[in-house]
Design a protein around this ligand. Structure first.
Ligand code: SF4
Length: 316
């Protein structure tokens, strides 16, 4: 399967946090400073803190410029993908290049683990929105949930986040990914909320598992418990719901449907409805393409409760 037509840019993605966002992947598959037990992409294969130009910025910008001209504009261009985007040494140049190309706002979805590095903090200055994660309140749970690279202690990560919040001029939406029996405990959430108060995010987004995870022990907290825990946080705090933004007929990404489907599910396992909403394809068309992709082993189905998610297969 040739997916070179969409090597670095994928979607639009039906994002519960950002609406319809066009995704940009800045690192090779599972190059990350964490190995979270809840990761929807499986185990981290390259756990690193090495900052370098993992993919060529000029090629990413070329690909993006053809994509943004097609279909209706997405709500955001999201720098995220299949690993940690702030490991890319030229993420700042990429953001500047995108701002010259389009008025679509640029959002950076980061695990926040590299913000103790001054150059990383400075490189995000031009982003319109930064969405870092803060899932835990101490070193013990940090090691259990995020399984960070040995260079990253809990204190180093937390101080980096606080420092970034003091320097960055744009809005910060802080994600707290809550797991049943591990972090949905009032004492743990109180510690996270105390740290969040020092970060002063424009909003806190309480999120939980909705897709197959790296480890079976990563289980969703109930929406009811998240609603109760919300009160522990100061400022605007929302529970991220299950609903997907709806797709429209003119939302088509403009690429070959099978390439776009593979590019999307390689970064984010999706249901038929999710693929349909993100790429603006009719559900029956999505089903038809998924049938041949599954038969060829390019995409794999995985059941979670009543839903079937499609994810990257062995031959991708
Ligand atoms: S969830 Fe994000 S930060 Fe955690 S391992 Fe996966 S890609 Fe890395």
């Amino acid at each position: 399967m040739n997916t070179s037509a969409s090597r670095y840019v994928y979607g639009p993605v039906p994002s519960r946090r950002l609406g319809r966002s066009l995704g940009v992947d800045l690192v090779p598959f599972k190059t990350c400073s964490y190995d979270c037990i809840y990761c929807q992409l499986g185990r981290t294969t390259n756990k690193t803190t090495e900052i370098r130009e993992y993919v060529p910025v000029d090629r990413v910008l070329d690909e993006l410029s053809s994509k943004v001209r097609l279909g209706s504009p997405p709500d955001f261009i999201g720098l995220a993908g299949s690993g940690e985007p702030t490991l890319h040494a030229r993420i700042g140049d990429l953001i500047s290049g995108i701002k010259k190309m389009t008025s679509v706002p640029v959002a950076v979805l980061t695990n926040g683990s590299m913000l103790w590095v001054p150059e990383v903090r400075a490189s995000l200055a031009e982003a319109d929105l930064v969405l870092p994660s803060l899932d835990v309140g101490d070193q013990r749970v940090f090691d259990r949930v995020n399984r960070p690279h040995e260079d990253i202690s809990f204190d180093r990560m937390a101080e980096g986040l606080i420092q970034f919040a003091q320097e960055y001029r744009g809005p910060i939406w802080l994600e707290v990914f809550v797991l049943a029996g591990i972090t949905d405990l009032p004492d743990e959430l109180r510690m996270i909320a105390a740290l969040a108060k020092r970060i002063h995010p424009a909003r806190v987004q309480l999120n939980t598992v909705s897709r197959p995870t790296s480890e079976g022990c990563a289980v969703a907290a109930s929406v009811q418990s998240l609603e109760e825990l919300r009160r522990l946080f100061a400022g605007f705090t929302e529970v991220i719901g299950e609903g997907l933004p709806s797709g429209t007929a003119d939302a088509a990404s403009g690429g070959a449907p099978t390439d776009d489907i593979v590019a999307l599910v390689s970064r984010r396992p999706c249901t038929v409805e999710g693929i349909s909403a993100g790429l603006g394809l009719r559900p029956n068309e999505v089903v038809k393409h998924l049938g041949s992709l599954c038969r060829n082993g390019v995409v794999l189905p995985e059941r979670r409760g009543a839903d079937v998610f499609y994810k990257r297969g062995r031959k991708t």
